[in-house]
Each structure stands twice: as C-alpha cells, then as structure tokens.
Design a protein around this ligand. Sequence first.
Ligand SMILES: Cc1cc2nc3c(=O)[nH]c(=O)nc-3n(C[C@H](O)[C@H](O)[C@H](O)COP(=O)(O)OP(=O)(O)OC[C@H]3O[C@@H](n4cnc5c(N)ncnc54)[C@H](O)[C@@H]3O)c2cc1C
Length: 464
Amino acid sequence: MGVKPGPRIAIIGGGWAGLACALALRRHGPRLDVFEASPLWGGRARAAHVRLADREVTLDCGQHLLVGAYRACLAQIAELGPDTAAKLRRQRLRLVSSAGLDLRRLALPGRAGLGAGLLLARGLSVAEKLAALRLMASLGASDWRPPGAIASVAELLAAHRQPHRLVRRLWEPLCIGALNTAPEEACAASFAAVLRDTLGGPADASDFLLPTAPLADLLSTPAVDSLREAGVGLHPTHPVASVVPEDGGWRLVMRGARLGPDHRYDHVVIATDPLAAARLVDPLDAGCAQQLAGFGFTPIATVYLGWHEPVSLPPAIMLDEDREAGSPGQWLFDRGRQAELRIGAIVISARDRVGDLDAQALGAATAAQVSRQLRLPPPAGIRVLTEQRATWRCTADRPRLAIDALADGAPGVWLAGDYLEDDYPATLESAIRCGRRTAGLISTAILAGSPSGAGQGGAPQTVW
Ligand SMILES: Cc1cc2nc3c(=O)[nH]c(=O)nc-3n(C[C@H](O)[C@H](O)[C@H](O)COP(=O)(O)OP(=O)(O)OC[C@H]3O[C@@H](n4cnc5c(N)ncnc54)[C@H](O)[C@@H]3O)c2cc1C
C-alpha cells in the first residue's frame, strides 16, 4: 500500500511575512514552494545596490529601525544564527534631537526608567514633562485603548491637552516614525498599541536595534539559505498572475507561463502587500478583494549621504523637521563605513507631506539641513531612494481582515502580511508575527485534514 504524499504548499511573496511563514513550514521541504516576483528576496526590506559619491555600496531600499518590543522579529533573527543577531546594535532609548530634546530611559526596572527619564529630560518644560506623563498614565489606566470616540492621534493628544511644543518635539515625530501617517489622520488605537509595547513596556522594550549591515543579511539571505538546505523550492523572478481552482486544490498561473502538472497545491499563502493580494484574490472572492483594495499607501524617502572625510555621526538622532523652512529630514542613522565612505541615512516618513519636491531637490535640502543642524561638512554624494508604497496608511478606518478571510470562498488560500495584525502598524514585527501565525493555521488545517482547518476547534497549533 502506497504512503499518501503530504500536502503541497505554495507561498506567493518573499518579503519578511512570506519568508517567516516558509521558515515555520520548512519541515515540508520539497513540498513547499516560495514564489517571489522580484529577483531579490526581502520585499520592502530588500537590499539596494547604489552608487554614492562614485562608489558602489550595498544599502537598504529604505532605512529601517527595529525596537526591543519586536519580540517575534528578534526571535526569528536570533533563530537564524548568532552571527545574524550580532548585526544589530542595541542601544537603550535615547531620543536626542537637533532641536535640543534629550530624553533617555534610565536603567530602572519597568516603566520607572521612562518616568524618571522624562522628569530629567532636557528640552522640555516641567509642564510639558508632566503632560507627557499624564498621557502615558491615562493610556495605561485604560489598558492602552483610547475611547472609541477618539479616532486620530491628533484627537488623542488634544483630548489629553498636550502642549504644542511637546507635540512637535516628541509625539509627532514618534507618530510619523512609527505609523508613517500624520497625527491628523493616524489611528489613535495603533499609536496607543505602539506606546504600550515600547515606552509602556518592560525596560528593554524601547531599546533601539540599529542594523549594522543591510537588512538582507539579517533575515532574507540566511532565511533563503536555510530554506534551500531544507529542500524548499525557491523561485525568485516568478510573478504569480493568478490562483485557479483545480482538483479540490489550487494551481498557480505564472505571468507568461504555466507551471507543470505536478504544481497543484493544497494550501496557498498570498504573502504580498494588500493591493497585489487584491488582484490575486479578485477572481476567488470579490468582496475580500474589495476590502484589500481599500488600503491607501504612504511613501517614505531615505536620503543617503556619503562623506569621504572622517565625520562624527550620532548612532541615531531626531532632526528638527521644518518643511516650511526647507528642512524635510526627520531622523538620521549612522550607517557606518563602506567603500571608504562614511554613510548617514536620513528618513523622511510620510514623504507626501513634503510636497512635489523632486528627488534632487529633496536630497539637496536634506543635505543642507544635516550640515546646518549637525554642523557637518557638505557630503560628497547624495542618493535618494523613495518607496512609493512603503506602508499602508495607518488610519482608524482602514480595512481589517483575518488571515483566513478566504476560508469560505477559497478554502486552502490564506493571507499573510504586515496588514493583518489588528492594532499594529506596518512593521517588520507585524510581518513576522503574521507569517508565523499563518503557518500555525495551516499546520492546524493539515492536522485536521481539511483545507481551512474547519472542524478542528481549539487554538491554532503553535509552530515556533
Ligand atoms: C522605506 C521603508 C522604511 C520602513 N521602515 C520601517 C522601520 O523602520 N521599521 C519597521 O518595522 N518597518 C519599516 N517598514 C515597513 C516594513 O518594511 C514592512 O512592513 C514589511 O517589510 C512588510 O513585509 P511583508 O512581507 O508583509 O510585505 P512585502 O515586503 O511587501 O513583501 C511582499 C512580497 O510579495 C512580492 N509579490 C507581490 N506580488 C507578487 C506576485 N504576484 N507574485 C509573486 N510575488 C509577489 C513582492 O515583490 C514582495 O517581495 C519600512 C518600509 C519601507 C518601504
């Protein structure tokens, strides 16, 4: 009697969500395939090979910051090896800005370190410090859930009478940095969830983890190596055009070509951004596709500056953003040395607020701002990378979907991605969490012997 072959699984999308899902399912080895449209793995956290000041350097398509609260993300990186985890430099929270703010979390247990740090902070008046503490205490007392009537971060700050300068110096940069959405539009519940897990979390939760290498070295490259070793089928440059039902399972149709007859899958994970997912889902469940298409997007620009001469860059500093005065930069991160260049990365979240400055003008304005505010010589090279669909716009009325949103219309087809973690904004953490959760639901369905896991009952199997 022959042994029934195990289920076949396809993952569409090799960003951090798709790769985390694949890692959690890698025991399926050659019965698991990952298809990625681009030649590069990593999605919105992929590497970028650029020319800066006449040198070839490898950077990221956009500068990223990780924080201590990224538990799933850090666990995934650590699981890939100690060498990988060593590529993150951990630093206790210190918000230093060129406008004079200096706020550190002190080495005290729990939230005491933040409270004491706020009281001792420079660049805030006593009234501003007390207002910030009042907001944190009030959110903590309400289990970090703002009242339903408060939709936006601006409304939340107004309801807690946060002084204008405190908003400008602290809350607005944190909101735009974390949610990539301006406070007037940004979702108050998501901002509260970020504060809960970082400033309101355990002492190490608000630590900054600064990548000292391209992000690809932290996750996508070691993940792909590990998947290859497990015999998983890896298919870069394979854009999937559609998912069609076949023999009680699913067949993937590639853009331009069709996969061979052995490519019928029991489970398909659509691990793309929501708009790409909408296109794939439309023929399967038009209602779900309509929801996916309801996400808006906000661009982020990263301005890389390169100096030939030795310059002293802080590891991370908030810049004094003032768009009217021609200072668009928000944060600067030290990217260390490469090809005999000292490189700094300046982040401009919610890039659309800067208006229609072209890349050259944006780069020049940012370089001038950095020279002025940090007293640095002009850089030898400037390179601007803009991701138009960097993150979905984190508003209160964004669509909310579940990983198994297709369970009725297309059982066996699952969603994964940074947009499925309820409160959380678009982050590497939400991508990893979701990728692992999707893998857990598929494992449960496989155990239950049904495409959607229906009838199994109980909690999804934990696979990590
Ligand atoms: C400039 C920038 C700065 C950011 N800064 C931060 C930060 O500081 N901290 C943080 O936590 N997060 C940050 N983010 C957000 C973070 O990068 C994303 O939330 C995360 O990478 C999303 O991962 P994902 O796997 O859900 O989606 P994606 O990374 O979008 O992956 C989806 C993949 O699917 C592929 N794909 C799409 N359609 C198809 C198809 N038809 N067939 C096959 N493949 C397909 C795409 O090519 C892509 O590789 C930033 C993002 C950007 C762009």
